[in-house]
Design a protein around this ligand. Structure first.
Ligand code: ADP
Length: 257
């Protein structure tokens, strides 16, 4: 794979007490920078703005009001980028912030603008770091009307830039045939090539305290990727060096193909 999109979930970046998982963040910066040095093109889609904002404000419970969440996302986003900027600077890599909304699939001009920016950033040898623009996109945060989220955003980006692979890093080893939280017998599925009713049923409900997507949105992302004849791997992000194993074709996580 030459052009790779990596999506990292909140649960991989932030502890339950809203503090940063510094080891994961610096390893992620190291691995992605190393891939750049190998000549690959890398785009990072990162969640975590709200979690980081909560940490910055000293909040331990996520507020329920949308305006609160938007404000906290705005606070956290700049801090999150500052953290990434420093982490990647250790490896002499520059990053760029791209905050996107569904506009990029709704309006052809927005799509063209975003794609042009991606292409130019990659040409400049910079690592684009993408997040949903929470300030104008209520959907991700509103569980009732939730339509869009970073899992699907990462799939949209994967389609847009015609990436060879989307790697989704979460707090779980892959996709199981039942929710492993309440089914100790749940088994990891190494490969999924069709997202049928049994798979959808196994996805169950929401995930962690900070994560908003759970497996449902990861399946929707996978559907989008498969529809474009692209591939996605869902794997555990606790050690980002797993990306090397994925790129080497080793059987880790769940491959959607
Ligand atoms: P992230 O923050 O990485 O996007 P989420 O917390 O939103 O991740 O989603 C991951 C969680 O989804 C897992 O930790 C697990 O608790 C839950 N989950 C529900 N059903 C499944 C399943 N069939 N296979 C794997 N995980 C599942």
């Amino acid at each position: 794979a030459q052009r790779i999109v990596v999506k990292v979930g909140t649960s991989s970046l932030i502890y339950a007490n809203s503090q940063l998982k510094l080891r994961t963040i610096s390893r992620l910066a190291m691995v992605l920078s190393d891939l750049k040095n190998q000549g690959k093109e890398v785009i990072l889609v990162s969640s975590g703005a709200i979690g980081v904002g909560m940490g910055k404000l000293g909040l331990t419970k996520r507020p329920t009001a949308i305006p609160d969440q938007q404000a906290i996302a705005a606070i956290g986003q700049s801090e999150l980028m500052a953290v990434y900027d420093r982490a990647f600077a250790n490896y002499d890599k520059a990053v760029a912030q791209m905050l996107l909304t569904r506009d990029v699939i709704t309006y052809p001009q927005s799509h063209a603008n975003a794609l042009n920016t991606f292409e130019r950033l990659l040409k400049f040898n910079v690592i684009p770091i993408v997040n949903e623009n929470d300030v104008v996109s209520l959907e991700e945060l509103d569980h009732k009307t939730k339509f869009s989220d970073n899992d699907q955003l990462s799939a949209i980006v994967t389609n847009m830039v015609a990436a060879d692979l989307l790697i989704v890093l979460s707090d779980i080893d892959g996709f199981y045939d039942a929710n492993p939280n309440n089914n100790p017998a749940a088994k990891l599925l190494p490969e999924i090539d069709q997202i049928g009713p049994a798979i959808l049923k196994a996805a169950g409900g929401h995930g962690s305290q900070f994560g908003t997507g759970g497996m449902v949105t990861k399946l929707k992302a996978a559907e989008r990727v498969l529809a474009h004849h692209q591939q996605m791997v869902l794997a555990n992000g606790k050690d980002p060096q797993i990306i090397y194993q994925i790129l080497a074709g080793e059987p880790v996580g769940t491959l959607f193909r």
